[in-house]
Ligand binder design. Structure first.
Ligand SMILES: C[S@@+](CC[C@H](N)C(=O)[O-])C[C@H]1O[C@@H](n2cnc3c(N)ncnc32)[C@H](O)[C@@H]1O
Length: 218
């Protein structure tokens, strides 16, 4: 049953990381500048950013949505994987985070391809529906609303479009018995329930450190 990444062998995981070099100079600059600006280091892991880029390449993504921009680390990776005329809409509720991300997009020369939406996701998503349907939705913000973000994705993805949600293991608290369950647990369990059992998606959870849930809309 021991099928964790690198079979739990840190040296093997290191070998893969060194070979595939998921964090290049451009991504490293984003991470370091964000840290210097006082942002928390809660961007996706470098290899998970590469997962996103490759998944997006697989799906031929032209229109994408991201919930939770932070400094634009994952957004940059998503844009790298999109078709050349693709556009990413990315939502961020923290004004300072959004400013740091704007600098990321400017430095990367992708300002034209990224529409930054500033505000809480649940207030921004209804209007964004008018730009759909979308090829890809990436959920990476407050865990308490993951189920509602998935509701929106289910309604606004094209058939064959992909939804991905990071932190799908809820930092180890997904299934642990805590009574009463926290709002984060309720929302993340409902998120998994719909992805896994509703028949609307064909889904899996990639065995990354944080758990990357991925579903294709049927
Ligand atoms: C985990 S970070 C996103 C990391 C980013 N996806 C990356 O990997 O580079 C979560 C971000 O979501 C933002 N956020 C949290 N709750 C939000 C909400 N309800 N609406 C909009 N943004 C939110 C936070 O301010 C934070 O910048």
């Amino acid at each position: 049953m021991n099928k964790a990444f690198g079979n739990d062998d840190p040296a093997l995981a290191r070998y893969i990381y060194d070979l595939y070099t998921p964090e290049d100079a451009q991504l490293r600059e984003v991470r370091e500048r964000a840290g210097g600006e006082g942002l928390p280091g809660i961007q996706v892991a470098a290899l998970d950013a590469r997962h996103l880029e490759v998944l997006v390449r697989l799906c031929g993504v032209r229109k994408a949505v991201e919930v939770g921009t932070l400094a634009g680390y994952s957004a940059l990776s998503i844009v790298r994987g999109m078709l050349p005329d693709g556009v990413l809409y990315t939502i961020e509720g923290d004004a300072h985070h959004a400013e740091v991300a704007a600098e990321t997009f400017r430095k990367a020369g992708i300002t034209e391809r990224v529409r930054q939406l500033r505000g809480t996701a649940l207030s921004m998503l209804p209007a964004l529906a008018g730009e759909g349907p979308f090829d890809f939705v990436f959920i990476d913000a407050d865990k308490e609303n993951y189920d509602q973000y998935l509701d929106w994705a289910a309604a606004n993805l094209r058939r064959g479009g992909m939804v991905a949600g990071d932190n799908a293991f809820l930092f180890g608290h997904l299934y642990t018995d805590e009574s009463p369950p926290s709002q984060g647990q309720k929302a993340m369990r409902a998120f998994h329930q719909r992805l896994a059992t509703s028949g609307e998606f064909r889904s899996t959870v990639l065995p990354t450190g944080e758990g990357l849930a991925v579903g294709i809309k049927l």
